[in-house]
Design a protein around this ligand. Structure first.
Ligand code: NAD
Length: 351
């Protein structure tokens, strides 16, 4: 027995997501996504917001990230397991759902491992558009794992970065990133130390994975006018920057109550001044105001960005019909006759 068509939920598999990215083009998609995020940040106050709900173990974390506006509800399920890489698994894997606030019915179920990398990169570049010097063209990327190429390409597409200096403790990761980016049009420099990577860079991106307080950037490596895009420190006890850097920087965050738990600023007093980025986007607070200022985007990833990403994918799915139909909802013709629906299916399904 077939369920009625309205019960189907559009499903974006990994394969479908890859088709969508190749149809639209990754750079275009990251520009579009940055626009969707910017649009949602401008109406920030309309969203239900809460720090994400985390289940920690010794080796990683599993998190739920919910948010909603008047029309749509979204959540993402995401993990962070730095030790996974050694077992041939992703450090970060995710999926997410968008639902209609008026019925509570899901309207989209999507893979979000790829989408998280794309939205994180779009978010980082959007922050840098407001916080980095407008003439910034060279970026260091320290940590050349799954997020690295997406970061490099978003900064090229959105901020006009033309040179990327790469460093990873594992030279194989840097070699992989060099290979993947060779046709990007970026000038690529493989570096042997973090010091070499930051030398002459206007933007410093850290996206390393380690479940500990690491010092990927020491205080002496950061100088006047630089913008830091700190992506990897996103969990209690997991940071990348020497606290001295934080004291010399103007710090911008997504949602302060979550970032104070998870971000670089967990190393600071709870009342240390930070600016939420939506205020800069909405014109309510200044971004960079001098060329010599050190700006820091303390990125942890917030639910509203995933909401924007799912909203964007829903619009693309509606425009292209590319999604598969998922039989996720029991939706009997008579809503009170759930049992009757089960009974009527017996002749077809009992064998
Ligand atoms: P990954 O495991 O694929 O790659 C991490 C890389 O960091 C590896 O290549 C590893 O060799 C390298 N590394 C580890 N320690 C290093 C060090 N001291 N110096 C230089 N390189 C080092 O992980 P990924 O998917 O690329 O994610 C990277 C980090 O970003 C993770 O911590 C993840 O939780 C975080 N993340 C944050 C957001 C966000 O929104 N802020 C989103 C996605 C991922």
């Amino acid at each position: 027995m077939q369920p009625s068509p309205r019960a189907y939920v559009p499903f974006v598999s990994v394969d479908t997501m890859m088709r969508l990215v190749h149809r639209i083009g990754l750079s275009q998609m990251m520009r579009d996504l940055a626009d969707y995020i910017e649009e949602d940040f401008r109406r920030w106050e309309l969203f239900d917001k809460t720090p994400r709900v985390a289940a920690h173990s010794d080796v990683g974390v599993i998190e739920l990230m919910p948010t909603a506006d008047d029309a749509l509800y979204a959540f993402k399920y995401v993990n962070g397991h730095p030790k996974n890489m050694k077992d041939g698994l992703q450090t970060v894997a995710a999926f997410g759902l968008l639902a209609d606030m008026t019925t509570g019915y899901p309207v989209l179920l999507s893979e979000m491992t790829l989408l998280t990398a794309i939205r994180t990169a779009a978010m980082s570049a959007l922050a840098a558009k407001h916080l980095a010097r407008p003439d910034a063209r060279t970026m260091a990327v320290i940590g050349n794992g799954a997020q690295c190429e997406f970061q490099a390409l978003a900064f090229q597409a959105i901020c006009g970065v033309d040179t990327v200096q790469l460093y990873d403790v594992d030279p194989a990761a840097t070699a992989k990133a060099m290979r993947n980016l060779r046709t990007s049009g970026l000038t690529l420099v493989a570096c042997h130390t973090a010091e070499d990577a930051v030398e002459g860079a206007d933007i410093l991106t850290t996206c390393t994975a380690d479940k500990q307080r690491a010092t990927i950037l020491t205080d002496n490596l950061v100088g006047a006018g630089q913008h830091i895009n700190a992506v990897g420190g996103d969990c209690p006890g997991k940071t990348e920057l020497h606290p001295g850097i934080l004291h010399r920087s103007d710090i911008f965050v997504e949602y302060a109550p979550q970032t104070r738990i998870e971000g670089e600023i967990q190393q600071l007093d709870p009342d240390h001044k930070v600016t939420e980025l939506w205020q800069v986007v909405a014109g309510a607070a200044p971004g960079r105001s001098t060329a010599r200022q050190i700006t820091l985007f303390d990125s942890v990833g917030f639910a509203v960005e995933d909401f924007s990403a799912l909203r964007y994918i829903k619009d693309q799915v509606q425009a292209t019909g590319i999604a598969k139909n998922l039989d996720l909802l029991a939706d009997p013709d008579d809503p009170r006759d759930l049992y009757g629906m089960l009974q009527r299916a017996a002749p077809d399904l009992a064998a």
